[in-house]
Each structure stands twice: as structure tokens, then as C-alpha cells.
Write a protein that binds this ligand. Structure first.
Ligand SMILES: [Zn+2]
Length: 300
């Protein structure tokens, strides 16, 4: 399905850019209709919608770092006893999806704008890169700390990959839907390919400069329909000697659930366990956690 009526400012798209003189690369994304489609598949209360919107922006930014077709990025936040016990988002070939498992009654006690810690408690964030070309999987796990998922992701890049990274997210919910935007900046003094780095220099003057400029973006600018993605980059970095900009992938809502997948999963249960799951018609009804699509499965 493609998005009709896209404003020229361009929702649901990514932009890649590099600042060659500063050894920095960046990504900017803005999500509109895709975000509404993903969120409207669930009846989430406002704080969970907000959390999922932020997670989807971060997932799109991280996913856009993948180079090969069919590679996948998965962001998973999990906790033992949090109000939110699981958040999963993934990205592949521009397809984005995600869901949040939470305890509604405990959430209601937290008020309208709970902190990340209030939502998760002691949790962790796992980021997984599945690379299609080499079939390699890289996973890094960091504590879910800081005031936002974006901050926790910054820690991931610093701790697991030794790459200084800045991520900012803005979310704007209105009567016409939700718009969310984000920017990611990274310092790659040894070039884009993963060479071993002896130590991380957060105070590297080139990175300090880029991080100060990038950090001056406001949440409002990241969602402002009057400022397109090119405009965001220009506003931040117009004084740089060289900016290289190239369009990234269009983002769509995508889910890979199939009836065959659920048949395979259910076939692994004992027959007695399957009998307990059947409805009055003898069918087992399962719904996809990501997109809420329902599947009625007829298995002996
Ligand atoms: Zn699905």
C-alpha cells in the first residue's frame, strides 16, 4: 500500500547526509501516516502511543544505517516487572512495525506523562542488526537508562560500538494524527566501515562541533510541516563547508505475519494444549502482536 495525499514536505521518508570535513554522518526522518497506521492497529492509551512513536522513530533512524537489502534492525526494550514489560520494533527494507505490551491498570496509576523509568523500572534495551549479505547477527544490550529511548540508544552506540552518537526525537500529537521526527548524528573518524578504534573521543573537536550544532535542534523543528527534512539539515549545518545529502528509503508500515508462521508455531504444541486453545468452532484464533491481524487456524 502506498501513501496517497503526501504533502510535499514529505512524511514517511528518510534523508541521509554526511559532513565530510567533520567525519560525521547523519540521518533525518519524519513519520506521519505510517505512524498513525501502526498505532491505530492497537487501542493504546496516550503514554504508550507516545512511547511507541518515539521507538518507531529511533528504529527507523537505526534501520537506515543498514546497507544491504533484506537486513533487519530490531529494537527491543524489556523488563522484569515494569508497567511496560516488552516493547518491540523492527525495520527491514523501509518496512516498519512495532508494539508495546503493558499493564493497563498500573499504567493508569502513573498519570499522563510517566517517565521512562516509571514505565520500565529496571529494564534493558537490546539492539540487533541482522545483516542479510553475511548472515551475521550483531546484538548489543545496554541498561534502559536516561530520560528517553533515544538517550538509551546513544549509550548503546557509545558502549557497544564505541561510536559517539546523538539522537533527538520530536513528537506532535494533534487531532489530525501524530507526527514524529528524529535526527541521528555519528562521528566516524575512521570512515564508515567498522575499523577497530583504540579509544572513543567524545571531546574530539570535530565531534564536539557537530554535536553542539545537532543538539540545537528543537522537537518542534523535527515535526514542523513547514520545514522539510532538507530544511532541517540546512538549518543546522548551513555554515559547514560541505554537506552531502541523499534521499533514503521511503517508510511504509509492514508486517510479515503469515498464517503459515502461526500454523508452524501451533504445530509444535502438544495436541492437548492445542485442544485447550480452540474456540466453539474448533478453530484456534491468534492475532499478530504487531498489526493485530487475526488468523483462524484449523489444526488437528
Ligand atoms: Zn502482523
Amino acid at each position: 500500500m502506498t501513501d496517497q495525499n503526501q504533502p510535499s514536505t514529505g512524511f514517511d521518508r528518510l534523508l541521509h547526509f554526511t559532513l565530510p570535513d567533520r567525519d560525521a554522518r547523519g540521518r533525518v526522518v519524519r513519520l506521519g501516516p505510517v505512524l498513525d497506521r501502526i498505532i491505530s492497529a492497537h487501542s493504546y492509551p496516550a503514554p504508550i502511543r507516545q512511547l511507541l512513536a518515539e521507538a518507531l522513530v529511533v528504529t527507523a533512524l537505526l534501520g537506515s544505517l543498514l546497507k544491504d537489502q533484506d537486513s533487519q534492525l530490531t529494537l527491543q526494550a524489556q523488563t522484569q516487572d515494569g508497567v511496560v514489560d516488552l516493547l518491540v520494533c523492527d525495520y527491514r527494507n523501509g518496512e516498519l512495525r512495532g508494539y508495546v505490551r503493558h499493564d493497563r491498570a498500573r499504567l493508569d496509576e502513573l498519570g499522563p506523562a510517566p517517565s521512562l523509568f516509571a514505565l520500565f523500572g529496571d529494564g534493558y534495551l537490546a539492539i540487533t542488526f541482522d545483516l542479510a549479505a553475511t548472515k551475521q547477527r550483531y546484538q548489543g544490550v545496554v541498561p534502559l537508562e536516561g530520560s528517553s529511548l533515544a538517550e538509551a540508544c546513544q549509550s548503546y552506540f557509545l558502549q557497544s560500538e564505541q561510536v559517539p552518537t546523538l539522537i533527538r526525537v520530536g513528537i506532535e500529537s494533534g487531532p489530525e494524527g501524530c507526527v514524529a521526527g528524529g535526527i541521528l548524528l555519528q562521528h566516524l573518524p575512521d570512515g564508515e566501515e567498522g575499523r577497530e578504534r583504540l579509544h572513543v573521543q567524545l571531546d574530539h573537536p570535530e565531534w564536539e562541533h557537530v554535536a553542539i550544532l545537532g543538539g540545537s535542534i528543537t522537537p518542534k523543528e523535527l515535526t514542523d510541516p513547514a520545514l522539510d527534512l532538507e530544511g532541517v539539515v540546512w538549518r543546522l549545518f548551513h555554515e559547514e563547508r560541505e554537506i552531502r545529502v541523499e534521499p533514503g528509503q521511503s517508510i511504509v508500515r509492514g508486517c510479515r505475519c503469515t498464517i503459515e508462521h502461526y500454523q508452524d508455531v501451533l504445530a509444535r504444541f502438544a495436541p492437548e494444549a492445542r485442544d485447550e486453545m480452540r474456540n466453539d468452532e474448533g478453530l484456534i484464533v491468534v492475532d499478530c502482536a504487531f498489526c493485530s491481524r487475526e488468523f483462524s487456524i484449523d489444526l488437528p
